[in-house]
Each structure stands twice: as structure tokens, then as C-alpha cells.
Design a protein around this ligand. Sequence first.
Ligand code: FE
Ligand code: FE
Ligand code: FE
Length: 167
Amino acid sequence: MGLFSSDIKTLDDLFVHTLQDIYYAENQIKKALPDMIEKATNRELTAAFKAHLEETEKQIGRLEQAFQLLGKEPKGTTCPAIDGIIKEADETAGEIEDKAVLDAAIVANAQAVEHYEITRYGTLIAWANMLGRSDCASVLQQNLDEEKATDSKLNSMALKRVNRKAA
Ligand code: FE
Ligand code: FE
Ligand code: FE
């Protein structure tokens, strides 16, 4: 899509575009999580990632539900932001030999992913409500709640154990 191609004319269009963006992102995250589970050493961390992989699969289902509510086919649109966050995470992880330092990096990178999701869901919910689609908003709210809970779980793991071990 070019700068002036005017594929996005209205807030409705922008809403659907952003829904496609997060749908693509969730699918990329689903693909990336098994690798993070494999690379992480801390058991609490691998357990958290496994739980979030299951949640991510459910989140993808909820997004499909949101598309359905709008009478649209679920479809993704490339999100260069999530691709970049995942690429950067892979590159950094590839340069770290120490397991404890690697765990600290993995938590930080996972939090970057959660924060991207949180900003997208926050915006989508606000737009859904503005557009009179509280049905979509409440489906998306469930995903947002899970992303926030995951972020705070990762945060407390980092502060209580992972960072200390790395230091
Ligand atoms: Fe997610
Ligand atoms: Fe994006
Ligand atoms: Fe997430």
C-alpha cells in the first residue's frame, strides 16, 4: 500500500486495517514463542511462555470472532513493527552465550512484544467504542487483559529473579 493509495479512507477502514495488523502480529508471535521457550533456561519463564502460547492461540480465535462480527474474512496485513521486534530479539539472543544473561534478554524482548500488543489493543478498543462496536471492543478487551497480565508477570519475574541472576 502506497502513501497516497487511499486504501484507508475512514476510521472504519483504519480500524479494520489495524485489526489485520494485530492479526498478523499475533500469528507471528505464535510462531516465535516456541523458539523463546526453547532458548529460555529459567523454568518459571518457560512455563510463562508456554501458558502465553496457549493464550495467543485463543487470542487469534477472538480476533477471528471480531472479524466475523464485522462481516469480514479474517486476514492479516504485514506488520513491520512486530517483524522488527522479533528480528531484533533473534539477533540479540544469537549473540549471548551466558544462559542467565540470555534469560534477561528474552524477558526484555518478550516485554517489547507485549507492549506492542498493548498499544494496538488499547487503540482498537477505543476506536471500536467510538464506532459503536462495543461487541468488538469486549472481545478485544479480553486479549488486552491477557497481554497486560503477561507483561506484569514477566516484569515481576525479571525484578525478583532473572535480572539478579544475570547480574
Ligand atoms: Fe497476543
Ligand atoms: Fe503494526
Ligand atoms: Fe502477548
